[in-house]
Design a protein around this ligand. Sequence first.
Ligand SMILES: O=C([C@H](O)CO)[C@H](O)[C@H](O)COP(=O)(O)O
Length: 210
Amino acid sequence: MKLQLAIDVLTSEEALVLAKKTSKYIDIIEIGTPLIKHEGVRLISLMKALHPKKELLVDLKTMDVGEYEADFCFEAGADIVTVLGVADIKTIEGAIVSAKKHGKKVVVDMINVADKITRAKEVAELGADYVGIHSGIDQQNAGQSPLADLKKLSKAVDIPLVVAGGINLDTLDEIIACKPEVVVVGGAITGAKNPKKIAKKISKKIRKAS
Ligand SMILES: O=C([C@H](O)CO)[C@H](O)[C@H](O)COP(=O)(O)O
């Protein structure tokens, strides 16, 4: 089981400081959706140059032109990109084609997909590397959590699962019990007074369960 740090701040400077403080405890560094939109592709190369041994995920949440968007992220140094499960199947296929071309990986994010089991099976068949079970920040603010879907999908599909959505030290045990491949933590670490301390605690629990 891996720990992914989702960095959803707005500036490269803040993002680089957070990555530096926590990298010892993190397996995958994520350049979050707001961050990639705000700072652009140059941050991908910069982050990879500073953390060459870490996997680097760019949370593109691509909705169209899957191959085109994934291509320039992989060429800049990303190891993994995300594409939306609600996108057209051709868009998802395009991102997967790009990943295979570059020897990299794709997460299909199931945010807002109505029939997640069917979609997960379709994208697994196409060659996606992971399916992401995700309650977005707006959904979290409306009281949602990814746990119920994680429980359901972990029994119904074989593809490795990534889980995200407000995960913190209090909710981690139930998430870990479902044995996802990757646990994504954003705000609980990046918004903490001491991000390194929280990353260390979360990482310890994940390593113990792996
Ligand atoms: O993907 C995310 C969200 O849609 C904003 O881009 C977050 O990175 C993801 O939810 C993890 O962050 P937390 O929910 O704060 O743990």
